[in-house]
Structure formats: structure tokens, C-alpha cells
Design a protein around this ligand. Structure first.
Ligand code: HEM
Length: 419
């Protein structure tokens, strides 16, 4: 579609190919200027929804968790089909008063003691994987590196047996996104059921014989005076898999693609001209893996001057907010030294990403490993885009890494998915 045309604003946001076939940045620039908060009418039995595009409005909406609730669902696809079946039970789709109580329990999974160990394993695994591919030959960064870090990290956190990890990764990919153009909603539901069934059995075993792991901790914890049903333990472990795998994987792939496309920024990173902290934040902004999150209005509320009615679905577009000229200087410049960088890639407010520390640590480990083992990053073919209304990124990225002449010694890593 042509950004100058009258029909541009009608781009179908429920089409998984919308931002494969069209440039999201050109699209959202027009929306922010012409219709920053607007209503998309329903089609047939499918309800309509609000679109919120400016940074200030998206941020304010994330903060207003009294008016804009999560328990009906937080992803457009799910909300247009009905309600999220995990609503009120899985952290991301609960509201007050249950949400803060559940968040305290899950937060224990992220204690400094647990995280220290997990982050050490992330660094060792990433160093080893990057050193193994830095040989100058073509490889797929997604399959050979990115697929193997986040899921192993979350599996370490949950103490998932090594042999079960590849199946979990496969189901999670099927549940969330599609590698090809053919989207299979029934396959996605089945994959999600498989994950919950698997985790329920694990929760049952760990409740009977607790270990020193996060599933056992959640299985034993009380939320508002009662132990969680086993399926809720499983759903909340699944929420860590859901949150912890795809967005981190997609961010890592996007980081390498962006570095290959911006050789000046790559050199600045490699030669120490920019620090890892600002670089991680810019990669998160640039990638914005979760294009939107959604809410339902619990009461009438005004957003950006428009009257939203109780019951309306409201979509908050991170992709657009992170590109907003009112907040970011030259937003289409990939600038690893950018500061301040108030991106919304990790959300904002009560539901701010629980795994933010871990997500950032994974990206930091990747950038550090590249800096130490790689001299040049080159694209060797077309990346394969993900078809999804929720995630934006790539599922395959053919590249080559020219090794540095004196790579540093790498540590031994734990067992890795498919490694
Ligand atoms: C929530 C993004 C990594 C677990 C969120 C939200 C965003 C987000 C935008 C807010 C959702 C909302 O407001 O409805 C990301 C990105 C990541 C990442 C871009 C990687 C770069 C992780 C990791 C984990 C995780 C590594 C777990 C280990 C969660 C959970 C929530 C969440 C459990 C729900 C929090 C709540 O509702 O209180 N994430 N995330 N995320 N994330 Fe992440």
C-alpha cells in the first residue's frame, strides 16, 4: 500500500502479513499525524477496537490499570476471538487484587541468587555459541544461536529436563508465531494445550516431591491464603516461557540484522565507542518485538481526547510509540549511544515486564560475545519474516561472522537445545 493514499489508514491490523508486506514505520508515522487514537469498526461478528499510536497516550494507558484491564486478554487476536481462557489465572492476564499477589510469588523466581546463576549460564552459553559460528562461513543466526539461548535460560530457571527442551521450543513457536505465510490457528491452540499439559504434570510431580526450583516454589506458594490449582501453577510457568522465549529470541535476531545493516554502529560497538548498556536499550527500541499489547476498558475513559466506552478493546502500539518523533530524536536512526531512551518495548506500569532484567542480560551477553569474538558481521541472504499480528521480526537470518584474530577464551556452557 502507498502511505500517501487515502486507504492507507485502513491497513488491516488483524492480518498477520500486514507488516510483512508494508513498512510499519511509514504506516505509523501517518497514523500518529492523522489519527493518533482511532476506532476500527468490527467486521461481521468480529468486534471493533481502538488503536493508540502516540508514545504519551500509550504510556498513560499502560499506567491506568484501573480503567484498562488485562484479564480479558492482552493480545488483539485473542480478544477478537473472545476472552483469554487463562484470564484471572495467569499473571499477564490478571488484574488487581490478584495481580500484585501473584506477581510477588512469581517475582521469587527472579531473586538475585537465582538470577546470578542463570545469567552466568547465559553468558557462557552465548560466548560458546558465538565463538562456534565465528568462522567466516554462512550460517543461520536464528537456528544456530538465537534459538538456543532464551529457551534454555527459562528452562534453567524452571529446571526443565534437557531431553524435553526441544519439544517445548517447537510447541512455543507454533503457539505464538508462524515461520511461514500459512498461519494455523488450530495448531497454535493445540501447541499451547501441549505446553500446559506438560507443565501441569511437572507441577504435580514437584508438588509431591519439591526441589530447589521455580516450579516447586510456585507449586508450594500461597496466593491470597490458598495454594494455586496445579493448572494455574502450569499456566504461570507457561507465562515465563511465553514471555521469556520469543521476544528475547526475536530481539537477538534483530540486533544482528541491525548491526550488519549499520556498519558504523557495529564498529562503534566492537571498538568500544559505545557502551553495552545504551546499546541494549537501543536494540530493544529498534526491535520492538511485541508490536502491541491490548486492554479492555473496564469503564468509560478518555484516551488522547477520544471517548472510549466500557467494554471496548484498546490496542497500544509499542512499534509506533518507540518511533514517536515527539520523544525520540531522529527515531529512524539506529544509535547505540542513544540517551535518554524511553522506549516502551518492555511495557510500563503494573504489568512492566517481569523478566526485564533477564531479557536485558541476554542481549548484553550477545553484544559482549560479538564484540569479543567477531571482526565483521555480514548479511548473506534475505531474512525470513515472521507472520504475526503480535510479534515482528525474523525466524531465519543468513549471515557470516568474520572471526577476530585473537578471540578470547570461552567458558564451558551447560546443555543447550539442539546443541
Ligand atoms: C510482560 C516484553 C523478556 C516475562 C511483558 C510486557 C512486555 C514484555 C511489553 C508487558 C505486557 C503488558 O503490559 O500486558 C518483553 C521483551 C522481552 C521480554 C521485549 C525481551 C527482550 C521476558 C523474559 C521473561 C518475561 C526473559 C521471563 C523470564 C514476562 C512476564 C510478563 C511480561 C511474566 C507479565 C508481567 C505482568 O503481567 O505482571 N514483557 N519481555 N519477559 N514479561 Fe516480558
Amino acid at each position: 500500500m502507498d502511505p500517501a493514499s487515502e486507504t492507507w489508514l485502513d491497513l488491516d491490523l488483524t492480518d498477520p502479513a500486514a507488516f510483512v508486506d508494508n513498512d510499519p514505520h511509514a504506516y505509523w508515522r501517518v497514523v500518529r499525524a492523522r489519527a493518533p487514537v482511532h476506532w476500527r469498526p468490527g467486521v461481521g461478528r468480529r468486534p471493533g477496537f481502538w488503536v493508540v499510536a502516540r508514545h504519551a497516550d500509550v504510556r498513560a494507558a499502560y499506567s491506568d490499570h484501573e480503567s484498562l484491564i488485562s484479564s480479558r486478554g492482552t493480545v488483539l487476536d485473542v480478544l477478537l476471538r473472545g476472552e483469554d481462557s487463562a484470564g484471572g489465572r495467569m499473571l499477564a492476564v490478571t488484574d488487581r487484587p490478584r495481580h500484585p499477589a501473584l506477581r510477588r510469588v512469581l517475582g521469587r523466581a527472579f531473586s538475585p541468587r537465582v538470577l546470578d546463576e542463570v545469567v552466568r549460564a547465559v553468558r557462557a552459553r552465548t560466548d560458546r555459541l558465538v565463538a562456534a559460528v565465528a568462522r567466516g562461513a554462512e550460517f543461520d543466526f536464528a537456528a544456530d544461536v538465537a534459538d538456543r539461548v532464551p529457551m534454555n535460560t527459562i528452562c534453567d530457571l524452571l529446571s526443565i529436563p534437557d531431553g524435553d527442551r526441544p519439544a517445548l521450543l517447537r510447541w512455543n513457536k507454533a503457539a505464538l508465531s508462524s515461520d511461514g505465510a500459512q498461519v494455523d490457528p488450530y495448531g497454535a491452540v493445540e501447541a499451547r494445550n501441549e505446553i500446559v499439559r506438560y507443565l501441569t504434570e511437572l507441577a504435580r510431580a514437584r508438588r509431591a516431591r519439591p526441589g530447589d526450583d521455580v516450579i516447586s516454589a510456585i507449586a508450594a506458594a500461597e496466593v491470597r491464603g490458598r495454594r494455586l490449582p496445579l493448572e494455574d501453577v502450569a499456566l504461570n510457568c507457561y507465562s515465563l516461557v511465553l514471555g521469556g522465549d520469543e521476544s528475547s529470541r526475536v530481539s537477538a535476531i534483530c540486533a544482528v540484522k541491525a548491526l550488519a545493516e549499520h556498519p558504523g554502529q557495529w564498529r562503534a560497538l566492537r571498538d568500544g565507542g559505545v557502551g553495552l548498556d545504551t546499546a541494549v536499550e537501543e536494540v530493544l527500541r529498534w526491535a520492538t518485538p511485541a508490536m502491541h499489547f491490548a486492554r479492555t476498558a473496564a469503564r468509560d475513559v478518555v484516551i488522547g481526547g477520544r471517548q472510549v466506552r466500557a467494554g471496548d478493546v484498546v490496542t497500544l502500539w509499542n512499534t509506533s510509540a518507540n518511533d514517536d518523533e515527539a520523544v525520540f530524536d531522529r527515531p529512524r536512526r539506529f544509535d547505540l549511544g542513544r540517551t535518554p531512551n524511553r522506549h516502551l518495548s518492555l511495557g510500563h506500569g503494573a504489568h512492566f515486564c517481569l523478566g526485564a532484567f533477564l531479557g536485558r542480560a541476554e542481549l548484553r551477553a550477545l553484544l559482549a560475545a560479538l564484540r569479543e569474538s567477531v571482526a565483521e558481521v555480514d548479511l548473506r541472504g534475505e531474512p525470513t519474516p515472521i507472520h504475526s499480528t503480535f510479534l515482528r521480526g525474523y525466524s531465519a537470518l543468513p549471515v557470516s561472522f568474520t572471526p577476530r584474530r585473537t578471540p578470547r577464551a570461552t567458558g564451558a556452557a551447560g546443555a543447550a537445545v539442539g546443541a
